[in-house]
Write a protein that binds this ligand. Structure first.
Ligand SMILES: [Zn+2]
Length: 151
């Protein structure tokens, strides 16, 4: 919902107005969501521990609010996948220019999300494996909230 509702509203506006700026807005929103997902999934595979966005203190892999080089590259891949997927609908647009805008928006959105993750998002700790997570359960047990707001 958080990732999809605003882009969905924007793409409906584009559909009725035909103004490309709205389609770009939609792609940027989708790009940020994809960048964030890819960064999390790929960044988790990193051998090196990621740093927390706010302090660059090393934290366990997969932590919310953490960034790593591999995760950053993942976010570029995620954003670019949106450009590629949307290319059949990009009429009279400069592909390179559009790629640049949408990929930049994805990376900025993803970093903004990591910042939010490092500051205001809830984090939970698993008492069994001591991993920090956004999930409410880990190792088949309930995690305990360690920071941030509930939600
Ligand atoms: Zn666990």
């Amino acid at each position: 919902m958080a990732n999809g509702s605003l882009p969905s509203a924007v793409v409906i506006v584009w559909w009725f107005t035909g103004l490309q700026v709205f389609y770009m807005g939609y792609l940027s929103g989708a790009s940020a969501a994809a960048a964030d997902t890819w960064a999390t999934e790929i960044g988790t595979l990193s051998n090196r521990k990621p740093g927390l966005t706010t302090s660059l203190v090393e934290v366990p892999n997969g932590s919310s609010g953490a960034i790593s080089l591999l995760g950053f590259l993942g976010s570029i891949g995620g954003s670019f996948s949106i450009v590629v997927a949307s290319s059949p609908w990009l009429r009279n647009g400069n592909f390179f220019q559009i790629s640049l805008i949408v990929v930049s928006a994805g990376i900025i959105g993803s970093i903004a999300d990591s910042l939010a993750g490092a500051t205001i998002q809830s984090q939970y700790t698993c008492e069994k494996c001591s991993r920090t997570t956004e999930r409410l359960t880990c190792c088949d047990r309930t995690t305990t909230r360690s920071k941030g707001w509930h939600g």
